[in-house]
Design a protein around this ligand. Structure first.
Ligand SMILES: [Zn+2]
Length: 213
């Protein structure tokens, strides 16, 4: 009988010891800096419409117009443009409707700085706003479209394979200044970003001109 008690006692100690190790391990992990790859992504959200268009003068050299009706505060449209213009290496754009000159200007600016730009958009929208697509293509940016009666309806952009903006926002004046829209920014090299990268690669390959007959 005593031997049974002895075993139970030993088992009890072992359990208590392993539990304390687990608690200790948990506490150490709480304090340990996590690697950037596994870190939770940073997330931010913005909404549209902007109440006013941003005052370019104010944000470049200063606005001297006392009765200026444009916005002297950062607008949501500006945040989208900054996302594009802060890109350093690659910009993968997958947006249903590209009809905004100001957004296209930001893309052309990034492209002129040596950023590798790829664009996927909807076939019907590209025909409707052919001037914008033409601007991109004539500057050397490859634009691919779907070949289907269904829509290429995404609205996401990947910057440097590390940041994603995604939501309901089309690149149009109505989306900027009229519609109720949202964009979520996801920053980080985690699984979510990787899934957007994979989706872009899938569409880019599916809409390859060689596959169209
Ligand atoms: Zn102004």
């Amino acid at each position: 009988m005593n031997r049974v008690f002895g075993w139970l006692k030993t088992a009890g100690y072992a359990l208590a010891l392993s539990t304390s190790f687990e608690i200790l391990y948990y506490l150490i992990n709480l304090r340990a800096p996590k690697s950037s790859v596994n870190r939770e992504p940073e997330v931010d959200v913005i909404f549209f419409p902007d109440q006013k268009q941003a005052c370019d003068a104010y944000f470049s050299y200063g606005c001297t117009n006392k009765s200026c009706w444009l916005s002297h505060e950062e607008t949501s449209s500006m945040k989208v443009k900054q996302f594009i213009e802060k890109t350093r290496r690659s910009l993968d754009i997958c947006v249903y409707c590209i009809a905004s000159q100001t957004m296209v200007d930001s893309v052309l600016e990034a492209h002129s700085q040596g950023v590798l730009v790829r664009v996927v958009t909807d076939q019907a929208q590209a025909s409707e706003h052919s001037a914008m697509v033409e601007k991109l293509r004539s500057s050397g940016i490859e634009v691919r479209t779907n070949n289907s009666t269904f829509f290429m309806h995404h609205k996401f952009v990947i910057s440097d394979n590390t940041q994603v903006m995604t939501g309901s926002f089309n690149w149009s004046r109505n989306a900027m200044l009229g519609n109720d829209e949202n964009i979520t920014f996801i920053r980080g090299e985690g699984q979510i970003t990787q899934r957007y990268i994979d989706e872009f690669e899938k569409l880019w390959n599916n809409y390859s001109p060689e596959l169209k007959s």
